[in-house]
Design a binder for this molecule. Structure first.
Ligand code: ME8
Length: 597
């Protein structure tokens, strides 16, 4: 007997049932997290709302314009946020800009602008990029805002009152570019572009300078054991696994106390240390607190702070997986539920840099590929565990193959007036396609239905672990299978005057439209505009697009399909217009393919 198709209605019960399918449910994951000792021992009273979710991106430095990597972090976070909304969660999504520190102070001076004007200009550029790319943040934070100053000062005072900050003197290496203190082991020799011998950070390659000054130190060393306990008790806290292992390895070494202020005489552009106007709070302590500021800290913040998830690039892992949890433990606050870490985009195999002239402007590319095209490419090709290399050619090929030809082609076939003259969601005939074999459908067709039926659970598992590319791979494989199904049965060859042929033709289209409805629903977090176009063409109303509405192919289980017989949406426009790679096509004119009808 074939396994019965998952029945999903729009009720909460049904959402739970969907989550209880083969894969880990986000709700149970939340429960597991809450019981860990770190959270139990924290002083904040937990009043966690299981239907709340809070996701953040790093806040980006405003010393330079946004590039592809920044958009990538934002697109991942946006995808997870939209996915949670589809699951029925109340989701908060924060992004923004990191505006204090020596690096920004120097960049503003070099631009001949006062720091705040300079920060506002660049922050607006980030905001413009994110708005243009449909990044649906619910809060855009700037560290120069009053609410943030208050949060940072309060946070500092809590640590101070607990005796976790003391006045000391720091002597060692400092990288302004990374705004980071380094030990001798983290520094190596190099030669700069003028041939001078310099010291650089081994991790980032950025120049470091020797620094000696009086400042405040945080008792990081006191949290060594607790950090290890937290990680050992929560192997899912840092994902993917490869980065969890990196952090565990760091924690095998000593954890020296951390300098958390700079002399005001050197750094004016920052938040003054409460009670000491001669010192400025270290920019990383300032910046990390942004996540709390958005959650409402120091006022009521539990609803969001108990369900916080951070997306970060691998370059800032130590700040998020060592310093930040230690600060939070010190302040008696719960730790983030997950730190999702992604690797980097390179261009031509090299790190993007102004001097190499290989920085990819995401705004310009998203005009070329469309916003959804850009989002799809980043999420389909970006692999969190290892670096991904960007080329325009890859983007053209991928988008043409998967969005224009495969998905767009499938929609065209099922809605073409030649096959679907009435322009309706055609009827399903159970005799032609019975739940068990025996009609006109063949074994491969049942395999396809099985794959599509299982898709929500597969996609959930991959979205939940930030492996969006695997979710897209699975959807793309199903789209190919559905195209294969149509191709195999060649509905255009059927004899319309024959009633059984006509019923079979309608059934082929009905099944394909059901598959498309599934793909459109699951793709909403990745390509919101294309999904909207697709679902609108199928006649699926905005309130029928949640994950709980999917209820795939109910007719095969003898149940009603609310879509059957509906008139299709009137927008017959192309789902995704084939892209012409002008540069490549100029070089290989014979290889240029005409857009498929
Ligand atoms: O570090 N590929 O800001 P930042 C992928 N303000 N992602 C990349 C990337 C690349 N090549 N380059 C950058 C900061 N990113 C601090 C953060 S958070 C409290 C403070 C992304 O402007 C990635 O997410 O240098 C990386 O971690 C972040 O941008 C660094 O941005």
């Amino acid at each position: 007997m074939r396994t019965p198709f998952l029945l999903v209605t729009r009720s909460c019960k049904a959402i739970h049932r969907l989550q209880q399918s083969a894969f880990v449910s986000p709700v149970s994951a939340l429960y597991r997290h809450q019981t860990n000792s770190v959270l139990r021992n924290s002083s904040t009273v937990s009043c966690k709302d299981d239907r709340s979710y809070y996701i953040t991106t790093p806040i980006f430095y405003v010393n330079a314009s946004p590039h592809l990597g920044h958009l990538y972090s934002a697109v991942i976070a946006d995808c997870l946020h939209r996915y949670k909304l589809l699951q029925g969660f109340n989701s908060k999504f924060a992004t923004g800009t990191d505006e204090h520190g020596l690096k920004i102070q120097q960049a503003a001076a070099a631009a001949g602008k006062d720091p705040l004007t300079f920060c506002t200009d660049v922050s607006e550029r980030f905001k413009h990029l994110f708005n243009s790319c449909n990044i649906s943040y619910t809060d855009y934070i700037r560290t120069t805002e009053q609410r943030h100053h208050q949060a940072v000062k309060h946070f500092w005072s809590v640590l101070w009152n607990k005796g976790l900050i003391y006045k000391g003197s720091y002597e060692g290496w400092y990288s302004t570019q990374d705004e980071s203190f380094l030990t001798a082991l983290q520094v190596g020799d190099a030669v700069d572009s003028s041939g001078n011998e310099i010291k650089v950070s081994l991790e980032s390659g950025h120049k470091v300078e020797w620094m000696k000054e009086e400042n405040y130190m945080f008792r990081l060393s006191a949290f060594h054991a607790q950090l290890l306990d937290w990680l050992k008790g929560n192997p899912q806290a840092i994902q993917p696994e490869i980065f969890y292992q990196v952090v565990l390895k760091w924690l095998q070494d000593d954890l020296p106390d951390l300098s958390v202020s700079r002399q005001r005489s050197r750094l004016q552009w920052g938040i003054p240390v409460p009670g000491d106007a001669e010192q400025t709070i270290y920019v990383w302590l300032d910046a990390l607190v942004n996540y709390l500021t958005v959650a409402g800290y120091p006022d009521i913040h539990n609803q969001w702070w108990n369900v916080a998830h951070h997306i970060v690039g691998k370059d800032i892992l130590k700040f998020h997986a060592v310093y930040w949890p230690a600060f939070l433990l010190g302040a008696g606050l719960p730790l983030p539920q997950t730190i999702y870490v992604h690797s980097h985009w390179t261009v031509g195999g090299k790190k993007m840099s102004k001097s190499l002239g290989n920085v990819v402007d995401p705004l310009e590319r998203s005009k070329q590929f469309t916003t959804d095209g850009m989002r799809y490419f980043l999420l389909r090709q970006g692999v969190p565990d290892s670096d991904s290399d960007y080329t325009d050619d890859k983007a053209f090929k991928l988008l043409n193959a998967e969005l224009a030809d495969s998905l767009g082609g499938l929609l065209n076939r099922c809605t073409a007036p030649a096959l679907n003259p009435a322009q309706v969601y055609t009827a399903f005939c159970p005799q032609s396609f019975p739940s068990e074999q025996g009609g006109r459908a063949v074994g491969e067709d049942y395999h396809m239905l099985e794959a599509v039926k299982n898709l929500p659970a597969v996609v959930e598992q991959h979205y939940e672990s930030m492996h969006v590319y695997k979710a897209l791979e699975a959807i793309s494989a199903c789209v190919r299978q559905t195209n294969g199904f149509v191709q195999r049965h060649a509905p255009w060859k059927l004899e319309r005057s024959d009633i059984t042929d006509q019923r079979w033709l309608d059934t082929i289209i009905h099944v394909s439209l059901e598959c498309l409805r599934m793909y459109g629903t699951l793709l909403q977090p990745v390509v919101p505009e294309i999904s909207d176009k697709l679902l609108s063409r199928l006649g699926v109303q905005p309130d029928e697009r949640g994950l709980a509405d999917v209820n795939f192919l109910p007719k095969i289980r003898g149940m009603d399909c609310p879509f059957e017989g509906r008139v299709l949406g009137s927008d017959t426009g192309v789902l995704f217009t084939r892209l012409e790679n002008l540069d490549r096509d100029k070089q290989n004119p014979k290889k240029t393919k005409k857009a498929k009808k």
